[in-house]
Each structure stands twice: as structure tokens, then as C-alpha cells.
Design a protein around this ligand. Structure first.
Ligand SMILES: [Fe+2]
Length: 331
């Protein structure tokens, strides 16, 4: 099915929120050190067979997945093709992981999508089951449901093993349990520059904003909570209600990922982060300070922009009210 027919798909996968980001990096060990010591998310699992290291702050099995760029095939358990051919040769976004309510809602979404001919891949990651799709502009999206409560034990019993294989969704056996965590103690990395609670937001740039907006409404099943096509920007949430994604017309910038955002506990954590970054000699690219949030932006070793923000009680500003340089850091 051609992606320009997404208006008719009406699949509405319907995730709760953004759960993780998986990125291709030029040096996975260097990136792992950076995400731990600078970004403050701990390395919790290694999967050397696919050159991947996963980082988490305790709320989920991972906030960030790091995969070494390579032209070698990455094959998981039982010959499962982990990264499709032609991808992962250069640093950048591999996929965005959106968390579903449970396996039952994931399998129901898979059935709707399958009936309408949407192209998908399905994977069993052990701790989660996933479907993967491409949006109309080539961003890769994962919709996943957690399958076990204690991912730490799963990781410790599978360290250095291939954990991902084929998954054959079965509506009759789909698990109705809610297995994502609703409360957790952030697992701070001692001495890290920043202490985020979790990854929570992403900003994408679109070449064809109406097409992409329609896809994220009708296929991804996200809800528009601010903006619109005529404003050049839309803000989306999942069923959890929090802003999870901002989509902007790309202007003169390349389409795709603009930046990822980590939530901090409060404004003091932003200020502590600024001090920690300064001590480590990490340049701050932007500082945002308005009624909606206080944040700072850095880049990772491959140049990907990362924001650390503390939410304020004010309402989301209109993009046009922000200085030009801050507009893409709306949410
Ligand atoms: Fe993922």
C-alpha cells in the first residue's frame, strides 16, 4: 500500500507515550560513556551480537538504545533480521519507540493495520513485543508492549545474549496486563552531568507537513494537542496525555529527527546540569527559559541534539511567540 494513501488507513495504533529512542552511533563504546557520564542514563544491557548497548534510568528497560554503525548484517535470535538492509550505515535515528497500554492493545492495532495492508515487521524482544513501521518520510517507528514486570532480572539472565527474534502476534493469547511502570526511583549515575528522569519527547521536521500530520493522527493514532498544519507545527500526545512529539515544517533544514528531550525533576536539576556540563567542558548550544519550561540543549558525540528540560506550570507557548532560534524547542 502506498504511503500517500495513509489518509484512508485509519489504523490508529494508539500508543501511550514515547518510551525510548534507538540511535545509530559512530562509536558505540564512546557513545555509551557519553550517555552515562554526561546524559546520566546508565548502561543496563549489552547485546554484542548486534553491537548494541541499552541505557535506562530505571523507569523502563531502556530510554536509549545505541547501535554501532556498520555495513555488516545485524541478525538476532533464530536468524531474525534486526536492522533491515540499507540502514544503519551512518549515525542518526534508528527508531522511536512508542509504548502501548499492553500486548492486547498492540495485537489489536496489529490486526487493524494488517487488515488495511500496512507494511510492518514484528519482533519478540523478550521483555517486549513490537511492531515496526516507516512513516511517509522514512522515520522508523516502533510500537511495543512490555511483556515482563522485572526487566532487570531478564537482562541479568541474558547478558551479552541475542534477545530479539521473530514474533507471531496471536490475538487469542494476547496479554491484557499493564506492565509499564507508573512509579519509579530514578537510577542516578554518580558524577553524571545531568540527572534526567526519562526520555519523554521528540521533535521531528517534516518535508510534507500535512501528509505527516495525517499519518501521525490516523496511522500512529496520536492526538493533536496544539498547533495545526496552517501554523507549521503540531504537538501530539499519546493516551497518557503528555506532549510526546512536535512536528514542524522543515523549512531549510533537513527532514527527520531534530532533537530528543529528557525530562528533569525540577528547575534546580537544570541548573545543576548546566554546572555539570560546564565542569565536563560540554558546550551548551541553547538555553530555553519561558513560562512553559526551562531547558538546555547539547549535542552528543555524533552531533545529535539532546535537550534536558524541567516543566513549568505555564501553558504551551504559540511557536510564533518564541524567538526564531527557540521555536523548534517548543515542547
Ligand atoms: Fe526499540
Amino acid at each position: 500500500m502506498g504511503l500517500n494513501q495513509s489518509a484512508q488507513l485509519n489504523v490508529r495504533l494508539g500508543p501511550r507515550r514515547l518510551g525510548h529512542a534507538n540511535i545509530f552511533v559512530s562509536d558505540v563504546e564512546k557513545a555509551s560513556g557519553f550517555y552515562s557520564a554526561v546524559c546520566g542514563v546508565r548502561g543496563v544491557f549489552r547485546e554484542p551480537g548486534i553491537m548494541a548497548i541499552f541505557h535506562s534510568n530505571g523507569n523502563s528497560h531502556h530510554d536509549v538504545g545505541l547501535m554501532q554503525v556498520t555495513e555488516q548484517p545485524r541478525v538476532g535470535r533464530g536468524g531474525h533480521v534486526q536492522v533491515s538492509s540499507g540502514r544503519g550505515f551512518t549515525p542518526g535515528l534508528n527508531h522511536l519507540g512508542f509504548e502501548m497500554e499492553n500486548e492486547k492493545t498492540l495485537v489489536a492495532a496489529w490486526e487493524r493495520a494488517k487488515a488495511l495492508g500496512l507494511e510492518m515487521r514484528t519482533t519478540d524482544h523478550g521483555m517486549s513485543h513490537s511492531i515496526y513501521v516507516f512513516d511517509p518520510e522514512g522515520n522508523y517507528l516502533e510500537f511495543y508492549a512490555d511483556m515482563i514486570d522485572d526487566w532487570r532480572s531478564f537482562y541479568s539472565s541474558n547478558e551479552n545474549q541475542l534477545i530479539s527474534g521473530d514474533w507471531h502476534p496471536d490475538p487469542a493469547k494476547a496479554d491484557e496486563s499493564r506492565r509499564y511502570s507508573t512509579s519509579f526511583e530514578p537510577d542516578a549515575v554518580p558524577g553524571a552531568a545531568s540527572r534526567p528522569r526519562r526520555i519523554s519527547r521528540v521533535t521531528l521536521l517534516a518535508d510534507d507537513l500535512p501528509l505527516m500530520a495525517n499519518y501521525y493522527r490516523e496511522v500512529a493514532g496520536l492526538k493533536v494537542i496544539a498547533g495545526g498544519e496552517s501554523e507549521g507545527c503540531l504537538v501530539f500526545s499519546g493516551t497518557a496525555g503528555e506532549p510526546s512529539m512536535a512536528l514542524f515544517a522543515r523549512g531549510s533544514s533537513p527532514k527527520g529527527l531534530h532533537h530528543l528531550s529528557f525530562e528533569l525533576a525540577d528547575e534546580a536539576a537544570v541548573d545543576e546540569g548546566a554546572r555539570g556540563l560546564s565542569e565536563k567542558g560540554i558546550p551548551v548550544l541553547a538555553r530555553i527559559d519561558n513560562a512553559w519550561k526551562k531547558s538546555l540543549v547539547i549535542s552528543d558525540p555524533d552531533g545529535m541534539k539532546i535537550e534536558f528540560y524541567a516543566q513549568r506550570p505555564g501553558s504551551l507557548p504559540a511557536p510564533a511567540s518564541l524567538p526564531q532560534a527557540e521555536r523548534l524547542f517548543l515542547i
